[in-house]
Design a protein around this ligand. Structure first.
Ligand code: MN
Length: 251
């Protein structure tokens, strides 16, 4: 079993080291990760400049690109042989609901969707989370289970782990993505030359965060496991848009 690891917090992040340590007994690991924090990179690829790969002392490879670049590079030419699956994380902070749209952690897993096995994105909930060992143990359990019992390869598991000692977890829950309120307003400040600068504000609180959602599960101290997919088609809206199109002028 060969596993490619990546993340969006960067090759030096503690979550990546914890993930590596936890999965080392299970598989042959290769690590390609951004050379700096690329949180919020989503599924972006670097197309207008060359990518460089640097081998670090611990054997991880650092890339001057996004999480998607890292996995894309590894799978499409850099690694001699495809790994069996991609595991991404452990992110320092939640990737719940709408976060998944922006998350580089999730994007790295998504980039592994062409492989034969379910990709996993792991996040540790909290602003400055500390219990990486908990999430690492969960990661090992999930990979072990996938080795015993495969899931459809086009499913990506978005996993959020409460920042608790392992013994205090309240079990696991399979969830759907909830939704957040709108983000906090951007912060406006001034640069030393008096010009306006802006900081993107933090994500909004959970809005659709009731029972069955990822927000609710982690609130209950449970590991949230959401199967996600890449197909963005609004299947339920196909009919209404078809009807709407009939009203378009034919001229
Ligand atoms: Mn991150």
């Amino acid at each position: 079993m060969k596993i490619l690891l990546s993340n969006d917090d960067g090759a030096q992040a503690p979550g990546l080291a914890a993930l590596h340590e936890a999965l080392l007994p299970l598989a042959e690991l290769t690590v390609y990760a951004p050379d700096r924090n690329r949180s919020g990179a989503s599924s972006s690829l670097t197309l207008e400049q060359p990518l460089r790969v640097q081998r670090l002392a611990n054997g991880f490879y650092a890339v001057n690109g996004t999480p998607s670049d890292c996995v894309h590079l590894a799978l499409n030419g850099v690694l001699g042989e495809d790994p069996d699956m991609v595991v991404s994380g452990i992110n320092a902070g939640a990737n719940l609901g709408d976060d998944t749209l922006y998350s580089g952690t999730v994007a790295a897993a998504i980039e592994g969707r062409f492989l034969g096995r379910t990709a996993i994105a792991l996040s540790l909930v909290g602003r400055n989370p500390v219990h990486y060992a908990t999430a690492a143990r969960v990661a090992r359990q999930l990979v072990e289970q996938l080795m015993v019992s495969a899931l459809p390869a086009d499913v990506i598991l978005n996993v959020n782990v409460p920042d608790l000692p392992y013994e205090q977890l309240q079990g696991m829950a399979v969830t759907r993505l909830g939704h957040r309120h709108r983000a906090e307003p951007v912060l406006r400040a001034q640069d030393p030359h008096g010009r306006p600068i802006y900081w993107i504000g933090p994500a909004g609180p959970g809005q659709d965060a009731g029972k069955g959602t990822d927000f609710h599960a982690v609130e209950q101290g449970k590991v949230s496991i959401t199967p996600i997919q890449v197909d963005l088609t609004a299947h339920r809206r196909l009919a209404v848009v078809e009807e709407w199109c009939r009203g378009l002028s034919q001229t």
